[in-house]
Design a protein around this ligand. Structure first.
Ligand code: PLP
Length: 464
């Protein structure tokens, strides 16, 4: 094991080096950068050649990142909890659709979407990190649906964490709302904000910066830049390769680029692969950056694959850091220019380096619908719009190089309205969705003002 894989530096180079526990609890580095391990550990080939036991693989893949920053056995206990919450023995089973074309099912967890895989681990590891120090933490997060649901299911009942989730009132689907509000846990506060998702995000930013709230206890957020979330997404690439018995091309339905970067991280650790394709929807900033060499901001537009409606993918910064040969100064220059001008052009050397890591394809709404229809007609398979984006891109890949694996990130019943609009019938509900039924819901409706939100949060934290 390489010692330095459990130490972390910021992609912007201006934060002190730290350990796994601190990177986990902070999320973002103090200089605004993203944490990266100081060195990549090497995975033993036995990780992907033996039986695809998820816990064994995840322990091998993740322990080098944790080091001794958490109480003994913390990762082991977190993985037991994760696997117990999934309704498939392989956790992330691989399914062959036709010769050489596979889907990796990432939706067998408590909210039927892939964010469960990392969020369940982050919640368990956060509780372990805090129990060691005796601290309490309030986590604040804004959601348009999926992230909030995964966070509520993961943090419900956590001993040392209070979770506050802000969602826009009447603007999440009934399933997404119920996944958040039917959890009867006293450490979870669901705020339904009169406003839209951007209002929720703005409020979370203001709450995180509020001096009075900060003076009452440690605050944090759970978003996809947290290193621990990324680390928790590495094992399923190893599992897929073990299930396949050979290297694959992975096609990843992409929003914030966390999922895709975890796969690239796995290859840095020695996992054999034939490359990565980031499949984006009509919000194509990443595809334009890789294909044209110009990374430029545009307003995001709503798509069927709504969890991928991102025009400034946060984890892209990690790829740029790697592609510059871990040059923090160059990385900082790219993202400061992007923040200031809304656009940045890559020099030819950087563009070549980025293209050697990943290629990118944009699939528009018509192609997404056509792919949902194709999957049903050809394989009798009902897929969610995110999976359809990946499959449309996967079918364009050359299978002569080896098998192509499209990541399937959500169960179709989570996005039933869009799917039934194409197929003319509602998908069978996943077990965890059927189980939501008519359970009582807990939520507090607030006006979209900082004052109203602060009052609600203060009343909630004052109950201890
Ligand atoms: C979040 C999400 C994605 C995108 O993952 P990133 O790591 O943000 O690229 C894709 N599909 C579904 C269903 C998601 O919830």
């Amino acid at each position: 094991m390489n010692i330095a894989s459990d130490r972390y530096v910021s992609t912007r180079g201006l934060s002190p080096e730290t350990d796994f526990s601190d990177a986990l609890l902070r999320g973002i580095a103090p200089d605004g950068g993203l944490y990266m391990p100081c060195a990549w550990p090497t995975l033993s080939p036995e990780a992907w050649s033996g039986e695809a036991d998820y816990k064994r693989i995840a322990l091998q893949a993740m322990s080098p990142f944790v080091g001794d920053a958490l109480p003994a056995g913390a990762l082991d206990r977190a993985l037991d909890r994760l696997t117990a919450g999934f309704d498939h023995p392989l956790v992330t089973p691989l399914v062959e659709l036709e010769p050489g074309l596979f889907v990796l099912e990432l939706f067998h967890g408590p909210t039927a979407a892939f964010k469960d895989l990392a969020m369940q681990l982050v919640a368990a590891l956060t509780d372990e990190a805090l129990s060691a120090s005796g601290e309490r933490l309030t986590i604040l997060t804004a959601t348009s649906g999926d992230t909030g649901a995964a966070a509520v299911r993961a943090f419900a009942g956590a001993k040392s964490v209070d979770l506050v989730v802000l969602h826009p009132l009447d603007r999440v689907s009934p399933i997404q709302r119920k996944q958040m509000t039917t959890v009867q846990a006293d450490n979870v506060l669901n705020l339904a904000v009169r406003g839209d998702f951007d209002d929720c995000q703005r409020l979370v930013k203001s709450l995180l910066a509020d001096e009075d709230l900060r003076s009452r206890g440690r605050l944090s957020s759970v978003n996809s830049i947290n290193w621990a979330r990324l680390a928790g997404q590495i094992p399923y690439y190893v599992s897929a390769t073990a299930q396949l018995g050979r290297a694959a091309t992975f096609v990843v339905p992409t929003g914030n680029f966390g999922d895709a970067f975890a796969g690239i991280a796995a290859t840095r650790m020695g996992l054999p692969s034939n490359g990565f394709v980031a499949a984006v929807n009509q919000n194509d900033a990443l595809a334009r950056a890789i294909n044209d060499g110009l990374y430029s901001r545009r307003a995001a537009v709503e798509s069927g694959s709504v969890s991928m409606d991102v025009q400034a993918p946060s984890n892209f910064e990690r790829l740029v850091f790697e592609a510059t040969g871990r040059d923090a100064e160059a990385t900082r220059a790219v993202f400061e220019t992007f923040a200031r001008d809304g656009a940045v052009a890559f020099d030819p050397a950087l563009l070549d380096a980025l293209r050697s890591e990943v290629s990118a394809v944009s699939i528009d709404e018509d192609e997404t619908r056509a792919e949902i229809a194709h999957a049903y007609q050809t394989w009798g398979r009902v897929v969610c719009p995110h999976t359809a984006v990946a499959l449309a891109a996967a079918r364009r890949q050359d299978r002569a190089k080896g098998p192509v694996v499209a990541l399937s990130t959500a169960h179709p019943s989570k996005f039933g309205a869009f799917v039934s609009d194409v197929l003319g019938f509602e998908p069978e509900p996943a077990n965890v969705i059927a189980a939501l039924g008519d359970q009582p819901e807990r939520l507090t409706v607030v006006e979209g003002t900082l004052e109203a939100t602060l009052d609600a949060v203060a009343a909630f934290s004052g109950r201890h």
